[in-house]
Design a protein around this ligand. Sequence first.
Ligand code: HEC
Ligand code: HEC
Length: 449
Amino acid sequence: MNRGRTMRGAVGGTALGVGLLGAVLMSRPAAWAEEATTVPRGPHGAATMDYQQQALAKILPKSDVTQAPPGFDPVVWAAFIPEDNAMTPQRVELGRKLYFDTRLSKDGTVSCATCHDVTRGFTDQLKTSEGIKDQIGQRNAPTVLNTALLQTLFLDGRSPTLDHQAKLPIVNPIEMGMPDGDAAVKAISGDAEYQKAFKEAYGRDVNYEDIGRAIGAFERTLVFLDSPLRRFLQGDTNAISAEAKAGWDLFNGKARCVTCHQMNLSNPLGTDNRFHNVGVSARHQDFEGLGSKALKLLKEDPSEQKLDELALGTPMSELGRFMVTKNRVDMGSFRTSILLNVAITPPYMHDGSLPTLWDVMDHYNKGGEPNPFLDGGMEPLALTEEEINQLVAFMFTLTDDRFAAENERQLQAQRAAANASRKFRDDEMAFRRKLAFEDRLKGDKGKNK
Ligand code: HEC
Ligand code: HEC
Protein backbone atom coordinates (compact mmCIF):
# COMPACT_ATOMS: atom_id res chain seq x y z
CA MET A 1 0.00 0.00 0.00
CA ASN A 2 1.36 3.43 -0.82
CA ARG A 3 0.09 5.51 2.06
CA GLY A 4 2.27 8.44 1.07
CA ARG A 5 0.48 8.95 -2.21
CA THR A 6 -3.02 8.56 -0.77
CA MET A 7 -2.33 11.10 1.97
CA ARG A 8 -0.83 13.61 -0.41
CA GLY A 9 -3.87 13.32 -2.64
CA ALA A 10 -6.15 13.79 0.32
CA VAL A 11 -4.62 17.01 1.61
CA GLY A 12 -4.32 18.77 -1.73
CA GLY A 13 -3.59 22.48 -1.78
CA THR A 14 -4.45 23.24 1.82
CA ALA A 15 -1.24 21.67 3.02
CA LEU A 16 1.39 23.57 4.93
CA GLY A 17 3.42 22.67 1.93
CA VAL A 18 4.68 19.55 0.28
CA GLY A 19 7.59 18.50 -1.78
CA LEU A 20 10.16 21.20 -1.26
CA LEU A 21 11.40 20.55 2.22
CA GLY A 22 13.55 17.53 1.52
CA ALA A 23 15.56 19.39 -1.06
CA VAL A 24 16.34 22.49 0.96
CA LEU A 25 18.02 21.21 4.07
CA MET A 26 21.03 19.31 2.98
CA SER A 27 23.36 19.72 5.93
CA ARG A 28 23.28 16.43 7.81
CA PRO A 29 23.97 15.67 11.48
CA ALA A 30 25.90 18.49 13.02
CA ALA A 31 29.06 17.49 14.83
CA TRP A 32 27.90 18.85 18.17
CA ALA A 33 25.20 16.24 18.57
CA GLU A 34 27.68 13.40 18.29
CA GLU A 35 29.71 14.89 21.08
CA ALA A 36 26.91 15.32 23.56
CA THR A 37 29.13 14.25 26.45
CA THR A 38 31.89 16.74 25.67
CA VAL A 39 29.60 19.74 25.32
CA PRO A 40 30.84 22.59 27.56
CA ARG A 41 28.22 23.17 30.24
CA GLY A 42 27.32 26.20 32.31
CA PRO A 43 24.81 26.96 35.09
CA HIS A 44 21.97 24.46 35.60
CA GLY A 45 23.70 21.96 33.33
CA ALA A 46 22.78 23.74 30.09
CA ALA A 47 25.31 23.96 27.27
CA THR A 48 27.11 27.32 27.47
CA MET A 49 25.36 30.12 25.62
CA ASP A 50 28.31 30.57 23.23
CA TYR A 51 28.30 26.91 22.36
CA GLN A 52 24.54 26.89 21.80
CA GLN A 53 24.74 29.90 19.52
CA GLN A 54 27.41 28.21 17.42
CA ALA A 55 25.34 25.04 17.31
CA LEU A 56 22.31 27.01 16.18
CA ALA A 57 24.27 28.73 13.41
CA LYS A 58 25.11 25.28 12.01
CA ILE A 59 21.52 24.03 11.87
CA LEU A 60 19.52 27.16 11.06
CA PRO A 61 20.17 28.06 7.44
CA LYS A 62 20.32 31.72 6.46
CA SER A 63 16.96 32.54 4.96
CA ASP A 64 14.71 35.42 4.05
CA VAL A 65 12.58 35.62 7.19
CA THR A 66 10.02 37.87 5.54
CA GLN A 67 9.01 34.86 3.42
CA ALA A 68 7.24 31.66 4.48
CA PRO A 69 9.66 28.86 5.42
CA PRO A 70 10.63 26.66 2.46
CA GLY A 71 7.77 24.45 1.37
CA PHE A 72 5.09 26.40 3.23
CA ASP A 73 2.00 27.80 1.62
CA PRO A 74 2.49 31.60 2.13
CA VAL A 75 -1.19 32.14 2.94
CA VAL A 76 -1.18 29.50 5.66
CA TRP A 77 2.10 30.87 7.06
CA ALA A 78 0.74 34.44 7.17
CA ALA A 79 -2.00 33.27 9.54
CA PHE A 80 0.66 32.38 12.13
CA ILE A 81 2.18 35.90 12.19
CA PRO A 82 0.59 38.45 14.57
CA GLU A 83 -0.54 41.66 12.90
CA ASP A 84 1.65 43.83 15.11
CA ASN A 85 4.78 41.75 14.64
CA ALA A 86 5.59 41.21 10.97
CA MET A 87 8.76 39.18 10.46
CA THR A 88 11.82 41.33 9.72
CA PRO A 89 15.51 40.40 9.92
CA GLN A 90 16.06 43.07 12.62
CA ARG A 91 13.35 41.62 14.87
CA VAL A 92 14.52 38.05 14.43
CA GLU A 93 18.15 39.00 15.16
CA LEU A 94 17.12 40.92 18.26
CA GLY A 95 14.97 38.02 19.50
CA ARG A 96 17.81 35.60 18.89
CA LYS A 97 20.09 37.67 21.08
CA LEU A 98 17.48 37.98 23.85
CA TYR A 99 16.77 34.24 23.79
CA PHE A 100 20.35 33.53 24.92
CA ASP A 101 20.73 36.50 27.28
CA THR A 102 21.03 35.49 30.94
CA ARG A 103 20.81 39.15 31.99
CA LEU A 104 17.05 38.76 31.67
CA SER A 105 17.11 36.63 34.84
CA LYS A 106 17.41 37.99 38.34
CA ASP A 107 20.65 36.24 39.23
CA GLY A 108 22.12 36.28 35.73
CA THR A 109 22.30 32.48 35.42
CA VAL A 110 19.18 31.69 33.36
CA SER A 111 18.09 32.48 29.81
CA CYS A 112 15.38 30.93 27.67
CA ALA A 113 18.11 28.66 26.30
CA THR A 114 18.87 27.29 29.76
CA CYS A 115 15.63 25.29 29.66
CA HIS A 116 15.16 25.25 25.88
CA ASP A 117 18.73 24.19 25.04
CA VAL A 118 19.69 23.99 21.35
CA THR A 119 21.76 20.84 22.00
CA ARG A 120 18.87 19.03 23.73
CA GLY A 121 16.07 19.36 21.21
CA PHE A 122 15.31 22.84 22.60
CA THR A 123 14.37 21.36 25.98
CA ASP A 124 16.49 20.69 29.07
CA GLN A 125 15.94 16.91 28.99
CA LEU A 126 15.19 17.14 32.72
CA LYS A 127 12.17 15.67 34.49
CA THR A 128 11.01 19.15 35.46
CA SER A 129 12.88 22.40 34.89
CA GLU A 130 15.38 24.19 37.10
CA GLY A 131 15.36 27.99 37.31
CA ILE A 132 17.16 30.64 39.37
CA LYS A 133 18.59 29.60 42.73
CA ASP A 134 18.29 25.99 41.56
CA GLN A 135 14.54 25.98 42.13
CA ILE A 136 12.82 22.97 40.58
CA GLY A 137 9.39 23.51 39.00
CA GLN A 138 6.47 21.14 38.54
CA ARG A 139 6.44 20.93 34.75
CA ASN A 140 8.59 19.38 32.09
CA ALA A 141 9.91 21.89 29.54
CA PRO A 142 8.42 21.24 26.11
CA THR A 143 10.44 22.02 23.00
CA VAL A 144 10.13 25.42 21.35
CA LEU A 145 10.72 23.82 17.95
CA ASN A 146 7.68 24.34 15.71
CA THR A 147 5.71 26.09 18.45
CA ALA A 148 5.03 28.80 15.84
CA LEU A 149 2.43 26.39 14.46
CA LEU A 150 0.52 25.80 17.71
CA GLN A 151 -2.89 27.36 18.37
CA THR A 152 -2.19 27.99 22.07
CA LEU A 153 0.97 27.99 24.16
CA PHE A 154 1.83 26.22 27.40
CA LEU A 155 0.72 22.70 28.20
CA ASP A 156 -2.59 24.03 29.53
CA GLY A 157 -3.00 26.57 26.69
CA ARG A 158 -2.97 29.57 29.01
CA SER A 159 -1.14 31.82 26.55
CA PRO A 160 -2.45 32.80 23.10
CA THR A 161 0.78 33.69 21.25
CA LEU A 162 4.55 33.25 21.38
CA ASP A 163 4.93 37.01 21.86
CA HIS A 164 2.74 36.88 24.96
CA GLN A 165 4.20 33.62 26.25
CA ALA A 166 7.80 34.87 26.16
CA LYS A 167 7.10 37.56 28.76
CA LEU A 168 5.95 35.14 31.46
CA PRO A 169 9.09 33.08 32.26
CA ILE A 170 11.05 36.31 32.74
CA VAL A 171 8.88 37.29 35.71
CA ASN A 172 8.06 33.81 37.04
CA PRO A 173 9.73 33.57 40.48
CA ILE A 174 11.15 30.09 39.94
CA GLU A 175 12.22 30.53 36.31
CA MET A 176 14.00 33.81 35.56
CA GLY A 177 12.71 35.58 38.65
CA MET A 178 12.56 39.25 37.61
CA PRO A 179 10.22 41.17 39.94
CA ASP A 180 8.43 42.75 36.94
CA GLY A 181 8.80 43.73 33.31
CA ASP A 182 10.43 47.04 34.18
CA ALA A 183 13.25 45.21 35.93
CA ALA A 184 13.86 43.15 32.80
CA VAL A 185 13.97 46.31 30.71
CA LYS A 186 16.37 47.94 33.15
CA ALA A 187 18.69 44.93 33.03
CA ILE A 188 19.44 45.44 29.35
CA SER A 189 18.51 49.02 28.47
CA GLY A 190 21.93 50.37 29.43
CA ASP A 191 23.46 48.33 26.63
CA ALA A 192 24.02 50.56 23.60
CA GLU A 193 23.72 47.61 21.22
CA TYR A 194 20.27 46.81 22.52
CA GLN A 195 19.19 50.47 22.36
CA LYS A 196 20.13 50.52 18.70
CA ALA A 197 18.62 47.11 17.97
CA PHE A 198 15.22 47.94 19.53
CA LYS A 199 15.09 51.22 17.59
CA GLU A 200 15.87 49.42 14.35
CA ALA A 201 13.46 46.57 14.99
CA TYR A 202 10.45 48.40 16.41
CA GLY A 203 11.24 52.14 16.25
CA ARG A 204 11.03 52.39 20.05
CA ASP A 205 13.28 52.31 23.11
CA VAL A 206 13.84 49.01 24.94
CA ASN A 207 10.48 47.91 26.40
CA TYR A 208 8.95 44.75 27.81
CA GLU A 209 6.27 44.23 25.13
CA ASP A 210 8.87 44.35 22.37
CA ILE A 211 11.12 41.94 24.27
CA GLY A 212 8.23 39.45 23.96
CA ARG A 213 7.62 40.32 20.32
CA ALA A 214 11.26 39.98 19.29
CA ILE A 215 11.63 36.59 21.00
CA GLY A 216 8.39 35.48 19.34
CA ALA A 217 9.74 36.54 15.93
CA PHE A 218 12.92 34.54 16.52
CA GLU A 219 10.99 31.46 17.62
CA ARG A 220 8.99 31.59 14.38
CA THR A 221 12.20 30.76 12.53
CA LEU A 222 12.51 27.45 14.42
CA VAL A 223 10.47 25.43 11.96
CA PHE A 224 12.00 21.94 11.90
CA LEU A 225 9.73 19.55 10.00
CA ASP A 226 12.13 17.64 7.79
CA SER A 227 11.72 14.15 9.18
CA PRO A 228 12.02 10.71 7.59
CA LEU A 229 8.25 10.27 8.10
CA ARG A 230 7.65 13.40 6.06
CA ARG A 231 9.66 12.03 3.17
CA PHE A 232 7.76 8.76 3.51
CA LEU A 233 4.43 10.60 3.32
CA GLN A 234 5.71 12.43 0.28
CA GLY A 235 6.11 9.12 -1.48
CA ASP A 236 9.65 7.93 -0.64
CA THR A 237 8.70 4.42 0.47
CA ASN A 238 12.25 3.66 1.63
CA ALA A 239 12.49 6.66 3.95
CA ILE A 240 11.53 4.59 7.01
CA SER A 241 12.07 0.96 8.03
CA ALA A 242 9.52 -1.84 7.74
CA GLU A 243 9.27 -1.85 11.53
CA ALA A 244 8.45 1.88 11.60
CA LYS A 245 5.88 1.43 8.82
CA ALA A 246 4.15 -1.21 10.90
CA GLY A 247 4.24 1.28 13.77
CA TRP A 248 2.64 3.98 11.60
CA ASP A 249 -0.18 1.58 10.73
CA LEU A 250 -0.71 0.80 14.41
CA PHE A 251 -0.62 4.53 15.20
CA ASN A 252 -3.54 5.05 12.81
CA GLY A 253 -5.30 1.82 13.72
CA LYS A 254 -5.20 -0.54 16.65
CA ALA A 255 -3.29 1.84 18.96
CA ARG A 256 -5.71 4.74 18.27
CA CYS A 257 -3.04 7.41 18.72
CA VAL A 258 -4.33 9.36 15.72
CA THR A 259 -7.60 10.21 17.45
CA CYS A 260 -5.66 12.89 19.38
CA HIS A 261 -2.27 13.05 17.64
CA GLN A 262 -3.51 13.91 14.16
CA MET A 263 -0.55 13.69 11.89
CA ASN A 264 -0.28 14.09 8.14
CA LEU A 265 1.44 16.37 5.62
CA SER A 266 -0.93 19.26 6.23
CA ASN A 267 -0.87 18.78 10.00
CA PRO A 268 2.72 17.70 10.67
CA LEU A 269 2.97 18.43 14.40
CA GLY A 270 0.88 15.48 15.50
CA THR A 271 -1.48 17.36 17.81
CA ASP A 272 -5.19 18.17 17.63
CA ASN A 273 -4.44 21.31 19.70
CA ARG A 274 -7.04 20.11 22.21
CA PHE A 275 -6.83 19.10 25.87
CA HIS A 276 -7.29 15.61 27.27
CA ASN A 277 -6.83 13.81 30.55
CA VAL A 278 -4.75 10.80 29.53
CA GLY A 279 -4.26 9.70 33.12
CA VAL A 280 -0.80 11.05 33.78
CA SER A 281 -1.66 13.45 36.59
CA ALA A 282 -3.86 10.80 38.21
CA ARG A 283 -0.66 9.22 39.46
CA HIS A 284 -0.18 11.99 41.99
CA GLN A 285 -3.27 13.86 42.90
CA ASP A 286 -6.65 14.37 44.43
CA PHE A 287 -8.29 16.60 41.82
CA GLU A 288 -11.26 17.78 43.87
CA GLY A 289 -9.19 19.04 46.81
CA LEU A 290 -6.64 20.76 44.60
CA GLY A 291 -9.40 22.16 42.41
CA SER A 292 -11.17 23.99 45.21
CA LYS A 293 -7.87 25.32 46.52
CA ALA A 294 -6.99 26.67 43.06
CA LEU A 295 -10.40 28.30 42.62
CA LYS A 296 -9.99 30.09 45.92
CA LEU A 297 -6.50 31.37 45.14
CA LEU A 298 -7.43 32.48 41.63
CA LYS A 299 -10.43 34.34 42.97
CA GLU A 300 -8.17 36.27 45.33
CA ASP A 301 -5.75 37.04 42.51
CA PRO A 302 -7.05 36.40 38.99
CA SER A 303 -3.91 37.72 37.23
CA GLU A 304 -2.16 35.70 34.55
CA GLN A 305 1.03 35.91 36.57
CA LYS A 306 -0.64 34.18 39.53
CA LEU A 307 -1.90 31.42 37.27
CA ASP A 308 1.60 31.01 35.87
CA GLU A 309 3.02 30.72 39.39
CA LEU A 310 0.47 28.12 40.48
CA ALA A 311 0.98 26.09 37.30
CA LEU A 312 4.76 25.99 37.57
CA GLY A 313 5.44 26.16 41.26
CA THR A 314 2.74 24.20 43.13
CA PRO A 315 1.10 20.77 43.08
CA MET A 316 -1.93 22.50 41.50
CA SER A 317 0.07 22.09 38.31
CA GLU A 318 -1.66 18.72 37.99
CA LEU A 319 -5.03 20.38 37.41
CA GLY A 320 -3.85 21.35 33.93
CA ARG A 321 -6.49 22.96 31.74
CA PHE A 322 -8.93 23.22 34.65
CA MET A 323 -7.04 26.19 36.10
CA VAL A 324 -7.57 28.07 32.82
CA THR A 325 -11.23 27.24 32.12
CA LYS A 326 -12.40 26.36 35.68
CA ASN A 327 -14.45 23.70 33.99
CA ARG A 328 -14.70 20.38 35.86
CA VAL A 329 -14.33 18.30 32.72
CA ASP A 330 -10.87 19.80 32.20
CA MET A 331 -9.44 18.38 35.45
CA GLY A 332 -6.03 16.89 34.73
CA SER A 333 -6.21 17.74 31.01
CA PHE A 334 -3.19 18.87 29.04
CA ARG A 335 -2.71 19.80 25.41
CA THR A 336 -1.99 16.86 23.16
CA SER A 337 1.78 16.99 22.79
CA ILE A 338 3.58 17.74 19.56
CA LEU A 339 5.06 14.44 18.35
CA LEU A 340 7.42 15.90 15.79
CA ASN A 341 11.00 15.63 17.19
CA VAL A 342 9.65 13.80 20.25
CA ALA A 343 12.49 11.27 20.36
CA ILE A 344 15.05 13.92 21.30
CA THR A 345 13.05 15.52 24.13
CA PRO A 346 12.80 12.97 26.95
CA PRO A 347 11.55 12.55 29.59
CA TYR A 348 7.88 12.67 28.66
CA MET A 349 4.52 14.12 29.69
CA HIS A 350 3.80 17.40 31.51
CA ASP A 351 5.50 16.12 34.67
CA GLY A 352 8.35 14.30 32.95
CA SER A 353 7.24 11.12 34.68
CA LEU A 354 7.90 8.75 31.76
CA PRO A 355 11.63 8.39 31.04
CA THR A 356 11.51 6.74 27.61
CA LEU A 357 9.17 6.21 24.67
CA TRP A 358 8.83 2.58 25.77
CA ASP A 359 7.44 3.82 29.09
CA VAL A 360 5.03 6.05 27.16
CA MET A 361 3.81 2.98 25.28
CA ASP A 362 3.38 1.03 28.52
CA HIS A 363 1.30 3.91 29.87
CA TYR A 364 -1.02 3.93 26.85
CA ASN A 365 -1.13 0.17 26.57
CA LYS A 366 -2.73 -0.17 29.97
CA GLY A 367 -5.22 2.60 29.14
CA GLY A 368 -3.55 5.30 31.23
CA GLU A 369 -3.91 5.74 34.96
CA PRO A 370 -7.60 5.33 35.87
CA ASN A 371 -9.32 8.44 37.22
CA PRO A 372 -12.80 9.97 37.05
CA PHE A 373 -11.78 12.51 34.41
CA LEU A 374 -9.98 10.12 32.06
CA ASP A 375 -10.61 10.89 28.37
CA GLY A 376 -13.10 8.55 26.72
CA GLY A 377 -10.50 7.81 24.04
CA MET A 378 -8.25 6.04 26.55
CA GLU A 379 -8.65 2.27 26.69
CA PRO A 380 -6.40 -0.73 27.21
CA LEU A 381 -4.79 -1.44 23.83
CA ALA A 382 -3.62 -5.07 24.11
CA LEU A 383 -0.43 -4.29 22.19
CA THR A 384 2.20 -7.02 22.08
CA GLU A 385 5.88 -6.37 22.80
CA GLU A 386 6.56 -6.48 19.05
CA GLU A 387 3.84 -3.91 18.38
CA ILE A 388 5.21 -1.64 21.10
CA ASN A 389 8.66 -1.83 19.47
CA GLN A 390 7.07 -0.93 16.13
CA LEU A 391 5.34 2.13 17.56
CA VAL A 392 8.55 3.26 19.23
CA ALA A 393 10.49 2.74 15.97
CA PHE A 394 7.86 4.90 14.27
CA MET A 395 8.32 7.70 16.80
CA PHE A 396 12.05 7.71 16.11
CA THR A 397 11.26 8.61 12.45
CA LEU A 398 9.71 11.93 13.50
CA THR A 399 13.01 13.74 14.12
CA ASP A 400 14.21 16.47 11.78
CA ASP A 401 17.32 15.31 9.91
CA ARG A 402 19.40 18.09 11.46
CA PHE A 403 19.08 16.22 14.76
CA ALA A 404 19.78 12.78 13.31
CA ALA A 405 22.85 12.21 15.48
CA GLU A 406 21.02 13.12 18.70
CA ASN A 407 18.13 10.90 17.55
CA GLU A 408 20.49 7.94 17.23
CA ARG A 409 22.07 8.68 20.61
CA GLN A 410 18.60 8.81 22.19
CA LEU A 411 17.61 5.53 20.56
CA GLN A 412 20.57 3.78 22.19
CA ALA A 413 20.13 5.52 25.54
CA GLN A 414 16.36 5.02 25.77
CA ARG A 415 16.59 1.41 24.68
CA ALA A 416 19.18 0.70 27.36
CA ALA A 417 17.11 2.49 30.02
CA ALA A 418 13.94 0.68 28.98
CA ASN A 419 15.69 -2.69 29.04
CA ALA A 420 16.92 -1.94 32.54
CA SER A 421 13.56 -0.83 33.95
CA ARG A 422 10.03 -0.25 32.68
CA LYS A 423 8.05 0.79 35.73
CA PHE A 424 4.80 1.60 33.98
CA ARG A 425 4.22 -1.73 32.34
CA ASP A 426 1.02 -3.55 33.38
CA ASP A 427 0.03 -6.44 31.11
CA GLU A 428 -2.87 -7.34 33.42
CA MET A 429 -4.47 -4.03 32.48
CA ALA A 430 -3.29 -3.93 28.86
CA PHE A 431 -4.93 -7.27 28.08
CA ARG A 432 -7.95 -6.60 30.29
CA ARG A 433 -7.26 -9.43 32.68
CA LYS A 434 -7.97 -6.81 35.33
CA LEU A 435 -10.49 -3.97 34.93
CA ALA A 436 -9.71 -0.29 35.43
CA PHE A 437 -12.31 0.28 38.14
CA GLU A 438 -10.71 -2.34 40.36
CA ASP A 439 -7.66 -0.10 40.58
CA ARG A 440 -9.74 3.02 40.80
CA LEU A 441 -11.57 1.80 43.89
CA LYS A 442 -8.24 1.16 45.55
CA GLY A 443 -6.66 4.26 44.03
CA ASP A 444 -9.20 6.74 45.40
CA LYS A 445 -8.11 5.76 48.88
CA GLY A 446 -4.49 4.81 48.39
CA LYS A 447 -2.94 7.07 45.78
CA ASN A 448 -3.32 10.60 47.05
CA LYS A 449 -0.13 11.59 48.72
C1 HEC B 1 13.41 27.46 34.16
C2 HEC B 1 13.14 26.83 32.90
C3 HEC B 1 12.53 27.67 31.80
C4 HEC B 1 12.92 28.90 31.33
C5 HEC B 1 14.04 29.78 31.84
C6 HEC B 1 12.07 29.19 30.21
N1 HEC B 1 11.20 28.17 30.00
FE1 HEC B 1 9.89 28.02 28.50
N2 HEC B 1 9.01 26.49 29.43
C7 HEC B 1 9.46 25.86 30.56
C8 HEC B 1 8.45 24.96 31.07
C9 HEC B 1 8.56 24.09 32.29
C10 HEC B 1 7.35 25.09 30.21
C11 HEC B 1 5.99 24.39 30.35
C12 HEC B 1 5.16 25.27 31.26
C13 HEC B 1 3.69 25.01 31.19
O1 HEC B 1 3.22 24.49 30.20
O2 HEC B 1 3.00 25.37 32.14
C14 HEC B 1 7.73 26.04 29.17
C15 HEC B 1 6.95 26.38 28.08
C16 HEC B 1 7.39 27.18 27.03
C17 HEC B 1 6.70 27.35 25.78
C18 HEC B 1 5.39 26.70 25.38
C19 HEC B 1 5.60 25.48 24.52
C20 HEC B 1 4.32 24.76 24.23
O3 HEC B 1 4.39 23.62 23.76
O4 HEC B 1 3.23 25.30 24.46
C21 HEC B 1 7.46 28.21 25.02
C22 HEC B 1 7.18 28.69 23.61
C23 HEC B 1 8.58 28.60 25.84
N3 HEC B 1 8.52 27.95 27.04
C24 HEC B 1 9.54 29.55 25.48
C25 HEC B 1 10.38 30.14 26.41
C26 HEC B 1 11.05 31.41 26.22
C27 HEC B 1 10.96 32.26 24.99
C28 HEC B 1 11.77 31.65 27.35
C29 HEC B 1 12.62 32.85 27.69
C30 HEC B 1 11.93 34.12 27.73
C31 HEC B 1 11.54 30.51 28.24
N4 HEC B 1 10.68 29.65 27.64
C32 HEC B 1 12.17 30.36 29.46
C33 HEC B 1 10.70 26.07 31.13
C34 HEC B 1 11.42 27.24 30.97
C1 HEC C 1 -7.10 10.83 24.23
C2 HEC C 1 -6.08 11.53 23.48
C3 HEC C 1 -4.75 10.85 23.26
C4 HEC C 1 -4.49 9.59 22.75
C5 HEC C 1 -5.50 8.57 22.30
C6 HEC C 1 -3.05 9.47 22.70
N1 HEC C 1 -2.46 10.58 23.18
FE1 HEC C 1 -0.47 10.88 23.41
N2 HEC C 1 -0.83 12.59 24.40
C7 HEC C 1 -2.07 13.14 24.63
C8 HEC C 1 -1.95 14.21 25.59
C9 HEC C 1 -3.09 15.06 26.11
C10 HEC C 1 -0.59 14.27 25.95
C11 HEC C 1 0.03 15.18 27.01
C12 HEC C 1 -0.27 14.55 28.36
C13 HEC C 1 0.49 15.15 29.52
O1 HEC C 1 1.44 15.89 29.32
O2 HEC C 1 0.13 14.84 30.65
C14 HEC C 1 0.08 13.23 25.18
C15 HEC C 1 1.45 12.99 25.25
C16 HEC C 1 2.10 12.05 24.48
C17 HEC C 1 3.53 11.87 24.43
C18 HEC C 1 4.55 12.66 25.23
C19 HEC C 1 5.12 13.78 24.46
C20 HEC C 1 6.04 14.66 25.26
O3 HEC C 1 6.79 15.40 24.65
O4 HEC C 1 6.02 14.61 26.49
C21 HEC C 1 3.78 10.87 23.53
C22 HEC C 1 5.14 10.34 23.11
C23 HEC C 1 2.51 10.40 23.05
N3 HEC C 1 1.51 11.13 23.65
C24 HEC C 1 2.34 9.38 22.14
C25 HEC C 1 1.11 8.75 21.93
C26 HEC C 1 0.96 7.48 21.27
C27 HEC C 1 2.07 6.68 20.65
C28 HEC C 1 -0.37 7.17 21.32
C29 HEC C 1 -1.05 5.91 20.86
C30 HEC C 1 -0.61 4.71 21.53
C31 HEC C 1 -1.04 8.27 21.99
N4 HEC C 1 -0.10 9.20 22.35
C32 HEC C 1 -2.40 8.34 22.23
C33 HEC C 1 -3.24 12.72 24.06
C34 HEC C 1 -3.45 11.46 23.53
